[in-house]
Write a protein that binds this ligand. Sequence first.
Ligand SMILES: Cc1ncc(COP(=O)(O)O)c(C=O)c1O
Length: 382
Amino acid sequence: MPIYANQPFFPEEDIAEINAGISEILRGGRLTQGPQVDRFETEFAAFCGSRHAVAVNSGTAALEILLRYHQLDGGEVIVPTNTFLASANAVIFAGGRPVLADIHPETLCLDPRDLRRRITPQTRGVILVHIAGLITPHLEEIRGLCRQHGLFLIEDAAHAHGASRNGRMAGNLCDGGAFSFYPTKPMTTGEGGMITTNDEAVANFARSLRCHGIAIGAENRGDNKNLLMRLGHNWRMSEIQALVGRVQLKRFPEALAARRRVGEWYQAFLQTIGGVSPFSIPDGTLHSFYKYPVLLSPPLTRENIGRELRAEHQVQTGSIYWPPCHLQPFYREAMYCPGDFPVAEDILSRTLALPIYPTLSREEVELVCQALQIALHQQVTI
Ligand SMILES: Cc1ncc(COP(=O)(O)O)c(C=O)c1O
C-alpha cells in the first residue's frame, strides 16, 4: 500500500452524521446559504476568536473578496513567492498588481527585510501566508511595518486552521483571514473557504459580494433580494458543504492533536538521519502541521529524493512550494526571471513535504523515515 502525502479525516461516526444531515437538508429543501451555513459561520468565528466569519465556495474567493474590499485600482500588493498561485492571482482578479517577495530561509514565510525593500508609493497592502501551518515569528515586525506605511495586512490562512501565535488564532492576527477547505487542507468541506474578520464593514461587504452584490442584510429575506448594489459573484457555500464543515470542525481538536503527534514522531526519527533537517517551530507559535517540510542538504534536491521515495518505496511526498510563483510559467513570462528570489529558489528546491495526516501511524512514520534514509544514502553514493 502506498503512503499518501495527505488524506482527509472522516471517522465512520462522522460519515454517518453527514449522511443523516444530508437527508435532512434534502428533505428541508434549502440547499444553499441557509441555516447550516449560518451555524458554520458562527462556530468558525468562535473557533478563531474573530467577531465575524463569512463562508464562501473557495479560499481563492475568500482572498479576492478581502482584496476587493480595499479597491486596489491598479495598486500593488506584496505576496511571498512561496505560496500557491491563488494568493497572487487573487490580487490580479481584484484589480491590483502582485509584487512578489523573497522568503526567510528558516520559516519559508515572507522575509520582512525583503518586504521592506519592495514597499513603494504604489503599495496598498501585504498578504502573509502561514506556509505549511507555521505562523512566522516575524509577524509582529511585518504588522508594524504595515502600520507604519498605512498598508493592509491580509492573512492567507489556507494552511493554518488551528495554528496560533502568542495565544491568538490564525485568521485573527491581522486585518482579515482567508481559509481554504480544499480536500488536502487540515479540515475540508470538499471545496470551500471562509473569511474571518473583526470588522463589520468587511463582513457585510463579503456577504454582499459572495451573492452577486446583493443589498447588505437582504440575503435571507425576501425584501431587497433583487437589488444588486455592487458587482458581485456567485461565491456561495452550499448547505451540504457547510454541514461537512461543521462535522469537521467538531472533530478538529482530535485531528489537530493527531497531526501534532505525527510531527513529534518525525522530529524524533529525523534526529538520527544525516542530510535532512526539520524546520524548527518558533517560541509562541503553535503549528497546524498541514505539511511537514524538511530541508535536504546540498546537493540533494526535492525532485531526486521525492522521485526515489515514490518509485522505490511507494511513499508520496509534496512540495511547499515548487516551483514558487515567480517560476510558474504565467508569472515567469509576464514579470519575473529565474534568480529573482535566490533564497526561495535555493531553499524550496531542497524542501520536501513528508506525508502527514491524522490517521498516519507511528509505524508508517518510521517507514517513511527509513525510506528517506535509504534514498538519501543512494543519492549521496550515486
Ligand atoms: C496558500 C493557499 N492560498 C490559497 C489557496 C486557494 O484555496 P482554494 O483552493 O480553496 O481556492 C490555497 C489552496 O489550495 C493555498 O494553499
